[in-house]
Design a protein around this ligand. Structure first.
Ligand code: ZN
Length: 222
C-alpha cells in the first residue's frame, strides 16, 4: 500500500516538474549551408584589408550572419549565394548537409565544429578571388548550446551526449546530440536542413532532452 504522505509528495513533485516545464523546452535553430572564414582567406576572396559586414545577429551571442556570400564548389557541383557567418575564425570551415555533399561530390564527415583534421577540402569563390581549402568541409554534428544554469536544470554536463525528442506532425528522436555548455551561449539546438526536414522542424520549434546517454560517442571521430 502506498501511504497517503508518499502520494502527496509524489503529486507535489509532479506539479513542480510541470510548472517548470518551460525550462526544458529547447528552441531549434536550423542551419543552412554556410561558411566560416579566416581573415587571410577573407582577404583573398574579397580583397586586401576587407572586413566582414553584419547582416543580422544570430541567437548565439557575438555570432552574426554577414552580407557577404560566396560560391562553394566541389568535384561534382556547386552552390552559389552561400552565406558567411562571422566573426572570422582561425581556420576556414564549410558546413553542409549530407544532401549537399552528394551534389558537391565530397565525402564530408559528421564532425564537431572546428575538428577539421582529415576532412576533405572544397573551393570557395568570392568576388575578388578563390581559395582552394585543403580541408574544412564538414556536416556539423547536431548539438545543443546552453548556459551552466540551464545545464544544471536539465541535469546534463558539457560534452554529454543526449537523445532529443521532437514534436509535431513528424515526431522523432535524435540520438548522438552533443551538449555544449558555456556562459557565452544561449539555449538553442542546432540542426541542419536535412535533420530539420526529416522531422518537419522549423526555427524556434521546441524539442526536449529525453535521455542522457553519457559521454561516449564511438561512431563519431571527435
Ligand atoms: Zn551551434
Amino acid at each position: 500500500m502506498v501511504s497517503e504522505e508518499l502520494l502527496k509528495l509524489v503529486t507535489q513533485r509532479v506539479i513542480e516538474k510541470v510548472k517548470n516545464y518551460d525550462t526544458y523546452k529547447i528552441p531549434i535553430g536550423v542551419s543552412n549551408r554556410h561558411v566560416h572564414v579566416s581573415q587571410e582567406d577573407l582577404e583573398i576572396l574579397f580583397g586586401k584589408g576587407y572586413e566582414l559586414t553584419k547582416k543580422s545577429d544570430l541567437k548565439q551571442p557575438g555570432q552574426f550572419a554577414c552580407n557577404e556570400t560566396v560560391t562553394i564548389r566541389g568535384p561534382k557541383g556547386e552552390f552559389g549565394g552561400v552565406r558567411i557567418l562571422g566573426p572570422v575564425r582561425k581556420q576556414s570551415q564549410v558546413e553542409i548537409s549530407k544532401t549537399d555533399s552528394f551534389r558537391l561530390g565530397v565525402k564530408a564527415p559528421i564532425r564537431e565544429s572546428g575538428c577539421l583534421s582529415g576532412t576533405p577540402g572544397l573551393e570557395i569563390i568570392g568576388p575578388k578571388g578563390a581559395v582552394s581549402l585543403p580541408e574544412g568541409a564538414i556536416i556539423a554534428l547536431r548539438h545543443i548550446h546552453m548556459t551552466p544554469r540551464q545545464a544544471e536544470a536539465m541535469n546534463v554536463w558539457d560534452k554529454d551526449i543526449v537523445e532529443v525528442e521532437t514534436f509535431g506532425e513528424r515526431r522523432g528522436v535524435f540520438g548522438d546530440v552533443l551538449v555544449r555548455v558555456s556562459d557565452q551561449f544561449s539555449l538553442e539546438m542546432h540542426v541542419d536542413v536535412d535533420e530539420a526536414n526529416a522531422c518537419a522542424l522549423r526555427n524556434n520549434d521546441y524539442v526536449m532532452i529525453r535521455h542522457n546517454t553519457g559521454t561516449s560517442l564511438p561512431a563519431i571521430n571527435r
